[in-house]
Write a protein that binds this ligand. Structure first.
Ligand SMILES: NC(=O)c1ccc[n+]([C@@H]2O[C@H](COP(=O)([O-])OP(=O)(O)OC[C@H]3O[C@@H](n4cnc5c(N)ncnc54)[C@H](O)[C@@H]3O)[C@@H](O)[C@H]2O)c1
Length: 266
């Protein structure tokens, strides 16, 4: 009989865990009593942030894995390393980046830049956890990160909405394929989020500042990362035990607001 693991039972691997939504999700998991989190990212979290997390929640509960999620072997090795001490109980894929470039100029490298991190990264992380679960007759939950961008034409950003639409297709396919092992796979689809990705100076040229897109959300504002993290932790928890293959909009009513796409186009 398969044992279902919750965040309290093991380690939740959070890709993109050094920043933004991933980091806040890790913090929320720890505050809610998760046994351990592993922050998997190209970069380490800021030194003071990591120190604070370890001081507050205990060094044994916070692991840092420096890893490129688009490299299958790296990801599998990192997830296996986590599982040596504490079983992996869940996966959150938040690693990602954005790009603004006219579709007429896109190259294969551009497509790789976005598809490798979003699509291959989400697949490889989920795959590494699923292999461990199936081998040990346990099962956990996987949460991917889509975006409202998957749902409408987004001129000048093509690889991003395509990658996010792919993440939604991947989520549904893995949910069906892995249901026989009790593994649940869901996604959140945020609207605009006040994270470092969208910060002045970090946001690529051509992506509008948050202040200019706030009113495209029915609630008239953008999200704080915590509001997305709350949805992610719900989808990891036993409270969502009968939810799989779902894409949960966490968008303040962005997708139901009529002129969203037209207004966002520059
Ligand atoms: N911020 C928003 O408005 C928004 C809206 C919808 C969806 N999202 C999605 O949410 C997710 C998290 O974004 P965020 O806003 O927290 O951004 P962020 O920039 O704060 O965090 C993203 C993290 O991903 C890491 N990363 C990038 N490429 C990587 C790779 N190849 N391997 C490992 N780590 C890698 C970065 O180092 C960074 O720490 C992304 O998938 C993003 O597309 C963000």
């Amino acid at each position: 009989m398969t044992t279902t693991l919750t965040p309290q039972d093991g380690c939740t691997v959070v890709t993109g865990g050094a920043s933004g939504i991933g980091l806040v999700t890790a913090r929320l998991l720890l505050a809610d009593g998760a046994r351990k989190v592993a922050l998997m990212d190209l970069n380490e979290p800021a030194h003071d942030v990591l120190e604070e997390l370890r001081r507050r929640y205990g060094p044994e509960r916070v692991q840092v894995l420096t890893c490129n999620v688009s490299q299958r072997d790296e990801v599998h090795a990192a997830v296996a390393a986590v599982g040596k001490d504490v079983p992996v109980s869940g996966v959150v894929s938040c690693a990602g980046t954005v790009m603004a470039k006219p579709s007429l100029d896109l190259t294969l490298d551009d497509l790789h830049k976005l598809f490798d991190v979003h699509l291959a990264g989400s697949l490889f992380t989920a795959q590494a956890a699923a292999i461990a679960w199936i081998a040990s007759d346990t099962a956990g939950a996987i949460v991917n990160t889509s975006s409202v961008a998957a749902n409408f034409g987004w001129p000048g950003r093509l690889p991003y909405p395509v990658a996010k639409a792919g993440i939604e297709a991947l989520t549904r396919t893995l949910a069906v394929e892995w249901a026989r092992w009790g593994i649940r796979v869901n996604a959140v689809s945020p609207g605009s989020v006040d994270s470092p990705l969208m910060a002045d100076g970090k946001r690529p040229p051509g992506i509008k500042p948050l202040s200019e897109v706030a009113d495209r959300h029915a609630l008239g504002r953008v999200a704080q990362p915590q509001e997305v993290a709350e949805a992610i932790t719900f989808l990891l928890s036993a409270k969502s035990s009968f939810i799989t293959g779902a894409v949960l909009a966490v968008d303040g009513g962005f997708t139901i607001t009529k002129d969203s796409a037209k207004e966002l186009a520059q």
